[in-house]
Design a protein. Structure first.
Ligand SMILES: Nc1nc2c(c(=O)[nH]1)N[C@H]1C(S)=C(S)[C@@H](COP(=O)(O)O)O[C@H]1N2
Ligand SMILES: [Mo]
Length: 223
């Protein structure tokens, strides 16, 4: 690992929590067996609305020194990127307001995010024609995967702020991805590496029984 990739991790990976979620996936827990049209129904099946903002992760929260933080766009791109936080913050900024849906059944409406649209970063990196999938890696070692079509949507943002304030470390600061049309495990906190691929590469939860795509309205909790 290069020097600038070194980060301090605090906490411990919650092995028991990971194992119980794998068991839930095997048993199909929380499934209601119904689906819904997002236009007809704002709250996806089996979800309940919360007002607070729960914190969910593997138990390890990386403390990234802003001077060492990097966002890398690599793989099947014409122009690989390796941005410092200063360079990232200097890119054209956008805002989005959206609802988020965690597979553990909580949903939270009207989250206001500020950051850099995925489409803006892709326009800089210029994906090659063969790029069909994306593998995302975070500073806590977490990984997740998306199809290009799900990644390149206009609403998706690399967010550095939430509700008008700097994104707290517990929610993925300095920068997390927000992909609101899929369950929230597809929105990596502390994201650092975006790799464009020809073939799909399932991530942390996807290899532990979660659905490969995770559409909340189709109730794609488990695969
Ligand atoms: N790096 C990283 N990103 C992650 C996770 C994680 O463990 N590590 N957990 C995912 C899950 S399961 C959810 S529900 C959301 C939770 O985000 P929050 O803690 O801001 O609510 O982050 C997602 N992104
Ligand atoms: Mo989650």
């Amino acid at each position: 690992m290069a020097d600038e990739d070194e980060v301090r991790l605090t906490g411990q990976v919650k092995d028991k929590l990971v194992r119980s979620k794998e068991a839930w996936a095997r048993e199909g827990r929380l499934l209601t067996g119904s689906t819904a049209d997002p236009l007809a129904k704002r709250l996806p099946p089996g979800q309940r609305l919360v007002q607070d903002f729960p914190v969910l992760d593997l138990g390890v929260q990386p403390d990234v020194n802003p001077a060492n933080w990097r966002l890398r766009v690599e793989g099947l791109v014409m122009a690989p990127l390796r941005l410092t936080l200063e360079e990232f913050m200097a890119l054209p900024q956008s805002e989005r307001v959206n609802d988020i849906h965690c597979v553990t059944q909580w949903s939270r409406y009207d989250n206001h995010w500020q950051g850099v649209p995925v489409q803006a970063l892709l326009a800089m990196a210029r994906p090659k024609d063969e790029a069909r999938f994306v593998a995302l890696t975070s500073y806590d070692g977490y990984t997740t995967n998306l199809a290009m079509d799900d990644f390149a949507r206009d609403e998706n943002l690399f967010a550095h702020s939430w509700a008008g304030a700097k994104l707290e470390r517990q929610h993925g600061g300095p920068v997390r991805l927000v992909v609101p049309h899929l369950y929230f495990w597809k929105s990596p906190k502390w994201v650092t590496r975006i790799e464009l691929l020809r073939e799909d590469r399932p991530g942390f939860w996807e290899v532990r029984g979660y659905h490969n795509r995770g559409d909340p309205w189709m109730e794609e909790r488990y695969g």
